[in-house]
Write a protein that binds this ligand. Structure first.
Ligand code: NAD
Length: 541
């Protein structure tokens, strides 16, 4: 999977981030490849290059400065960029992805340098296939695409949402070793309803209202047809679409082209893995819990759906399983007397009195697990968290909203207000905290545990479709990877420092699933585990 350096010469070679080795080109290579004199005399090892660059990154004052620097590095020398990320994911993941990527998207118009993906705009209708052909790589296997309408919990950022596909694809490579040359980030610039952006002279996208209705649907249809034509066999990951489009697009295309929505399915698998791990260590069953979701959008309903499916293993029917899950949205508890519910919410609208606030819902339902996907910061107040601790000995509390500024509570609040009893995981990272003399290392329930692994499995097996069962398999595999010692410190996911190995283990399990389910389109290798490991890209020259 490594690339050769023989195709390009001279400055062309140095300007190609896939091929450039910078000062690590040997003296012989410099002679052969026409780059003598284009580099300073020193010949560095990759480790020396990493040390020099890390020292510079450490000297930069803000995370956004570090993001911009790393982004430039990715455009100069891919191997060193990934070497840095892979060596220390705990330090760099929050810089290249959430939370810093949120700020990067908000200021994208000001920090934009060179294109890293394709901007497919409403102006390109009728010629989207031609636009895709402008991408230099022809063997594209992975496309992460957003229309920028729901960027993290930050709302409509239009074309500035490009930071998200770029960041996500970097994690596919850094965490699971999906080779970077197969990746294509795309923004569908269908306008923005963010009035501030429309008026901003530095806004990089179409300063007009979003396409809607049939116009929007036909634009998406043309895009999918163009992908099928230009990059046949490529997998599409739908990313950060608004709730009113996300589910519909997923359902329309998932059986036509290998595709998934990470906000729905990746989040679901992450949430379910966290719950299964938490229950494993407290000897409780999935079906014995009462789950309360605060925020009933793509993420909340995605987790509730996959959790309900997972409860079937305990012998429940799907209706019985759904009755263990309750949703609270912006209008209050989702219950059967409400007349304003979408179909996806109706499945979870059970008979109950109407309740307009989270505290009463947690108390009346005696919730044992509380999952936040609301984007409402600090909505898990002291009262709510104390109520959870009164309902059960070890409450599960997952404030999943990103970035950190949107988190429903901090780790310290959850540990303090439950007297250290909480089983906690958040979407964005929180530092360790000490309560009653015990230090907890809060776990990060981030999709990054799932999507890069699923990506590598898709690369390995080339499945025709990606069913929810692939995500259930990923969740169950991930949940088994936490040790008692790690759980005692507060973790319900493997440590982020081990993300590379945990991603490979999950990828192997999902690849095996694709073969078992008859969905793979490549011959089954004798040793699936060895095969998956062998295709995982390494950051080496
Ligand atoms: P979404 O827009 O589909 O859903 C947000 C939901 O919150 C909506 O249903 C909205 O009605 C609800 N809401 C808004 N105000 C509310 C209020 N006052 N009370 C109760 N509910 C309210 O977005 P989504 O895709 O579901 O994402 C939600 C959040 O979850 C985002 O911050 C996102 O970054 C985060 N998320 C985290 C992860 C992770 O890995 N931890 C994964 C996916 C999403």
């Amino acid at each position: 999977m490594q690339r050769t350096t023989t195709e390009k010469r001279g400055l062309d070679l140095l300007r190609d981030p896939h091929l450039n080795k910078g000062t690590a080109f040997t003296r012989e290579e410099r002679e052969e490849l026409g780059i003598l004199g284009l580099l300073p005399d020193i010949v560095s090892t990759p480790d020396m290059q990493v040390k020099r660059i890390e020292a510079h990154i450490d000297s930069l004052p803000t995370d956004l400065d570090k993001y911009v620097y790393l982004s430039d590095l990715q455009e100069r020398n891919e191997v060193i960029f990934y070497r840095i990320l892979m060596a220390n994911p705990v330090k760099y993941m929050p810089v290249v992805y959430t939370p810093t990527v949120g700020l990067a998207c908000q200021t994208f118009g000001r920090i934009y340098r060179r294109p890293k993906g394709l901007f497919v705009s409403a102006r390109h209708r009728g010629k989207i296939a031609k636009v895709l052909q402008n991408w230099e790589e022809t063997d594209v296997r992975f496309i992460v695409v957003t229309d920028g309408e729901r960027i993290l919990g930050l709302g409509d950022l239009g074309a500035q949402g490009m930071g998200i596909p770029v960041g996500k694809l970097a994690l596919y490579t850094a965490c699971a070793g999906v080779p970077p040359q197969y990746a294509l980030p795309i923004v569908l610039d269908v306008g923005t309803n963010n009035e501030e952006l429309q008026k901003d002279p530095f806004y990089i996208g179409l300063p007009q209202a979003r396409l809607t209705g049939d116009e929007y649907a036909s634009f998406i249809e043309e895009f999918v047809c163009a992908i099928e034509e230009v990059f046949p066999g490529a997998c599409i990951q739908w990313e950060d679409f608004a709730n009113h489009n996300a589910g519909e697009i997923l359902e329309r295309y998932r059986n036509r082209i290998a595709s998934f929505n990470d906000d729905i399915q990746g989040t679901a698998a992450t949430g379910v893995a966290g719950v299964i791990a938490a229950l494993r260590f407290t000897n409780r069953k999935l079906s014995d819990q009462t789950y309360l979701f605060f925020g009933a959008g793509s993420a909340g309903i995605g987790i509730a759906d996959l959790l309900s499916t997972a409860m079937l293993k305990d012998g429940l029917t799907i209706e019985e399983a759904r009755k263990r899950c309750w949703l609270v949205d912006s209008k209050g508890l989702v219950e059967s007397s409400r007349t304003d519910l979408s179909d996806s919410k109706k499945k979870f609208a059970h008979d109950f009195t109407s309740i307009d606030n989270l505290l009463d819902a947690a108390r009346e339902l005696k919730a044992t697990a509380l999952i936040g996907t609301s984007t409402i910061p600090k909505s898990f107040t002291q009262d709510v968290i104390e109520q959870m601790a009164a309902n059960t000995e070890r409450p599960i509390i997952f404030p999943y909203s990103n970035p950190t500024s949107k988190s429903e509570c901090s780790a310290e609040e959850a540990y303090t207000w439950t007297n250290g009893k909480v089983i906690f995981a958040s979407g964005s990272p929180f530092p360790p905290c000490t309560v009653n003399g015990k230090t907890f290392v809060p776990g990060q329930g981030n999709n990054v545990y799932i999507f890069p692994a699923v990506g590598l499995a898709i690369l390995a097996a080339k499945p025709t479709t990606i069913p929810d069962k692939a995500f259930s398999r990923a969740a169950r595999t991930l949940a088994k990877m936490v040790s008692q010692e790690q759980f005692d410190k507060g973790l319900i996911y493997p440590p982020m420092a081990d993300i590379r190995e945990s991603s490979i283990v999950v990828a192997i399990a999902v690849t095996e699933y694709f073969f078992e389910a008859g969905l793979a389109t490549v011959p089954k290798p004798d040793d699936v585990a060895e095969y998956v490991r062998s295709i995982s890209w390494k950051a080496e020259y």
